[in-house]
Ligand binder design. Structure first.
Ligand code: AMP
Length: 547
């Protein structure tokens, strides 16, 4: 072998830290706090990141130790994003919307050593005290001295810790294979599993996120990631912003409130937003109600669940261009982006923007028959499980859980079912566990939901399959009417509306109206909760086709 003569430069997040220090000092990091807007910049943050690394070392944090965060999107969380991995430890972002027993499991599974917690999240931590023995130190992310909190052990104060350290931390030389961060899957089935990102995977993923045909975040952007910093590292956007030098705007604990997002976006001249569909459904409704617009926003990244056509159209009408992306915690998360290829006919654009798009450069994809593993053609018809491989795709979970997720030939089994068109556009049909099996045929719950959400009186809809004596399973729609149509829409109306949109045997057996679709910890429709509380189908009295 003739070797190439290029440097073996270790790919690490220290490079991103180097860039914010050398190139982006003046770039602002803005956070909405209870007391008002907090404004800082990378120039002020870098010395604090150095102090924080010193404090971690003084607390006994060693390379490879897990440092947990229970925090909203804010500037201190961003300081932790840099200090923890760059000093050789592993940043473990905890999902603050999980049930206490899941948090307890996750902290113990990861064996976290130090935990940083936002003051407003203490009530979430409190029930865990006494049950998380590996945690040696709790640091409170509060203004001023830590207040006495009932029933809590002694906590250190973040600002006091930083004040005691020096501004020059001797950053160690890191190996690119070292773990940098970990994030647990949202645990829709069974216990959550820890995905462990390496410095190398984070570096390459960051470069991927920035590509022009991927998310294309730029130096000139003002980024407001509505997606939480505990959800797959806020989709990698904080590091991408650091690498590119974009301004960053955080919603703090107000991220779920459309009015706050709109105000923040207006005031901070936001150009780039990212979040799950439910966030944009609420934001679109708020903009329509208030008459406000966000003309500076050039991209609204939307992923985490399929984008309903009605949402894309509402946002288009508001001048907000959705960029649909697919991925998962195990894919860092960027997997594919729905950019429409050059030369596409205008009449095909919307349809293609609604697909999950084409696989990101750097990642390979295939679809396989789940039972036999046989690879299926990209003909836009055959559908099977998506499998992926690449430098930012997981090869396993912390503590070796679920080894079967990796195929023998090294591909990651996503559990998503899709078809792929000859041009490479991925169309997700469902999660394997959400597909409805009726009379031996598959019904896509996602497609049916989208069709229902296109009804002018409906705001949100989730579809699940419920047991049926004859057909095995039949679809049932749970629909939330728009506020002005509450009590003024009937199930017959919805079924009638669907008749020319889906196959006859896809027509739901029942449409049940509810006030809100239950959501998972990361804001997706929680069908597990719907299934658990669903009353059985009234067979024989159905408005659907199979009577
Ligand atoms: P999580 O790891 O919690 O982010 O969940 C990942 C899962 O969310 C994927 O495996 C998909 O089932 C789903 N998902 C993410 N993005 C999309 C999308 N654009 N369309 C449909 N499903 C999606």
């Amino acid at each position: 072998m003739v070797e190439g003569l290029m440097q073996d430069y270790e790919l690490s997040l220290q490079h991103v830290l180097w860039r914010i220090e050398r190139l982006h000092q003046k770039k602002e990091v803005v956070t909405k706090r209870d007391e008002g807007i907090h404004r800082t910049n990378y120039g002020e943050m870098v010395p604090r990141i150095n102090r924080l690394a010193g404090a971690l070392k003084r607390l006994g944090v060693k390379p490879g130790d897990r440092v947990a965060t229970l925090a909203w999107n804010n500037n201190r969380h961003l300081e932790l994003y840099y200090a923890v991995p760059c000093m050789g430890a592993v940043l473990h972002t905890l999902n603050l919307r999980l049930f206490p027993q899941h948090l307890e499991f996750i902290i113990n599974d990861a064996e976290d050593k130090v935990l940083f917690v936002d003051q407003s999240l203490l009530p979430i931590l409190k029930p865990l005290i006494g049950k998380i023995p590996t945690i040696q130190t709790i640091v409170l992310l509060a203004e001023g001295p830590a207040p006495a909190a009932d029933g809590m052990p002694e906590m250190l104060d973040y600002e006091a810790l930083l004040a005691a350290e020096s501004e020059g931390y001797p950053w160690p030389k890191l190996s690119e294979r070292m773990a940098a961060a970990m994030c647990y899957t949202s645990g829709t089935t069974g216990n959550p599993k820890g995905v462990v990102y390496s410095h190398r995977s984070q570096f390459i993923h960051t470069m991927g996120v920035l590509q022009g045909d991927n998310l294309a975040l730029q130096e000139s952007d003002s980024l407001l990631p509505v997606v939480p910093m505990f959800h797959a590292n806020s989709w990698g956007l904080p590091y991408a912003a650091g690498m590119a030098g974009s301004k960053v705007v955080f919603g703090g604990r107000f991220s779920a409130d459309p009015k706050s997002i709109v105000e923040l976006a207006e005031e901070e001249e936001v150009t780039f937003l990212a979040g799950v569909p439910t966030v944009w459904i609420a934001l679109g409704a708020y903009l329509n109600e208030s008459g406000k617009r966000l003309p500076r926003v050039r991209t609204v990244v939307c992923g985490g669940s399929a984008v309903p056509q009605a949402l894309m159209e509402t946002m288009d009408a508001l001048g907000l261009r959705i960029l649909h992306a697919w991925g998962m915690t195990e894919t860092s998360p960027l997997g594919s982006v729905a950019r429409v290829a050059a030369g596409t006919k205008p009449e095909d654009e919307l349809r293609l923007r609604l697909t999950q798009g084409r696989v990101a450069p750097g990642v390979e994809i295939r679809i396989c028959e789940p039972s036999t593993g046989e690879e299926l053609p990209w003909d836009g018809v055959a559908f099977g499980e998506i499998q992926v491989r690449g430098p930012w795709i997981a090869r396993g979970y912390h503590n070796g859980y679920d080894p079967g997720k990796l195929t023998e030939d090294g591909w990651f089994r996503t559990g998503d079912v899709a078809k792929i068109t000859p041009d490479g556009y991925i169309v997700i049909v469902d999660r394997t566990k959400d597909v409805i099996k009726s009379g031996g045929e598959w019904i896509s719950s996602v497609e049916l939901e989208n069709a229902v959400m296109a009804h002018p009186k409906i705001m949100e809809a989730a579809v699940i399959g419920l047991p049926h004596s004859k057909w095995d399973e039949r679809p049932v729609v749970y629909a939330v009417p728009k506020p002005e149509f509450k009590g003024k829409v009937t199930q017959e109306e919805i079924v009638e509306f669907l008749k020319d949109k889906v196959a006859k045997w896809w027509l739901p057996d029942e449409v049940r109206f509810i006030d809100e679709v239950p959501k998972t910890s990361v804001g997706k429709f929680d069908k597990k909760v719907l299934r658990a509380s669903a009353v059985p189908i009234t067979e024989g009295a159905t408005p659907g086709a199979r009577r």
